[in-house]
Design a protein around this ligand. Structure first.
Ligand SMILES: [Zn+2]
Length: 336
């Protein structure tokens, strides 16, 4: 007797069918950011049978994430999110290929992260990364499904260049840093982020099946459930999808530092990456404080700082007040 077909309930949908299921099996999706939105969207894409999923996140799991980030449990705290998410989704669907990527998305890494993708789903927490992904997606003609959630509301918007408006058409000017609320200051209602993540997954699946997105921004009220549609027009003077400027892709930075949403944590990505000798670093740091392994990373508590060191040399540095201090801590304890 042949094994039962796990996708039967999906194949009977006239919108998908056996042919659509085959398409999904051959498709490649990238989910960038595995927080509340990325947890929901990647879970649905894995269950729906998207054949190849690349799961990208630069951070590790924290206890305060568990309120809304559906892929993680208490035992994942301190592990890289990409690694914990991959393990969870492999246990859900072993028939698809899952590729965890514990990297920071910036101008030097974004093309590799989006390579060969048929769709990219936004689970990031900041505008700069979204502008960057938007530029890279337009350059390579990859559909991009934007999503954002804060407090009790959220938004989702499926972009297929050049048919729909792009993310920059919708946000022509980047607001100055610090002018937007963050999930730390405004909080987040888990039902709202789950709704947005589900809309994004649906839009990604429809794109993979060859459907054209509506061109509308979905604005979700997660408290008194409601979804509104707002038409976003393509701007005749859009710097990204019309004029072809590559403001974010073209940025060259010596060392990439990024503050993580709502914490005293900075992610430091050295220019020259390479596999570092974790044993040697652990031994060196053990003299100064405590060290332990959590999945593929090394966690060290030294002199009031917590360092999470990834095998490629990237580090999350907690307990620093600014980027200069983060650079100093990295140089002192990891070395450049
Ligand atoms: Zn545009």
């Amino acid at each position: 007797m042949p094994p039962p077909n796990r996708y039967r309930r999906q194949e009977v949908l006239p919108e998908i069918g056996v042919e659509g299921q085959r398409k999904l099996a051959g498709a490649r999706a990238v989910v960038v950011g595995l927080g509340a939105l990325g947890s929901m969207s990647s879970d649905l894409l894995a269950r729906a049978g998207v054949g190849h999923l690349r799961l990208v996140d630069r951070d590790v799991v924290e206890l305060t994430n568990l309120q809304r980030q559906l892929l993680y449990s208490e035992r994942d705290v301190d592990r890289p999110k990409a690694e914990a998410a991959a393990e969870r989704l492999r246990s859900v669907n072993s028939e698809i290929e899952i590729e965890p990527v514990s990297k920071d998305v910036h101008s030097a890494t974004v093309r590799e992260i989006l390579r060969d993708a048929d769709v990219v789903v936004d689970g990031t927490d900041n505008l700069e990364t979204r502008f960057l992904i938007n530029e890279a997606a337009i350059e390579s003609n990859i559909p991009f499904v934007y999503g954002g959630a804060i407090a009790t509301y959220g938004m989702a918007f499926a972009i297929r260049p050049p048919v729909t408006a792009c993310f920059r058409c919708f946000n022509p000017k980047a607001p100055p840093p610090g002018s937007l609320p963050t999930c730390e200051t405004a909080g987040i209602f888990n039902a709202a982020s789950a709704m947005v993540g589900a809309i994004q997954a649906g839009e990604a699946l429809r794109l993979l099946l060859g459907e054209t997105p509506s061109g509308a921004l979905y604005v979700v009220d997660g408290w008194r459930p409601d979804v509104q549609k707002i038409r976003i027009a393509r701007r005749a003077d859009c710097p990204t999808c019309v004029l072809g400027e590559r403001e974010y892709l073209g940025a060259r930075r010596a060392q990439v530092l990024a503050s993580l949403c709502g914490s005293d944590t900075i992610s430091l990505d050295p220019v020259h990456r390479g596999t570092i000798d974790m044993e040697a670093v652990a031994n060196r740091l053990a003299v100064l404080g405590s060290t332990r392994r959590a999945g593929g990373v090394l966690v060290a508590e030294v002199e009031g700082h917590r360092l999470t060191i990834f095998p490629d040399g990237r580090a999350l540095i907690r307990g620093v007040k600014d980027e200069a201090e983060a650079r100093g801590v990295y140089a002192k304890y990891v070395g450049t």
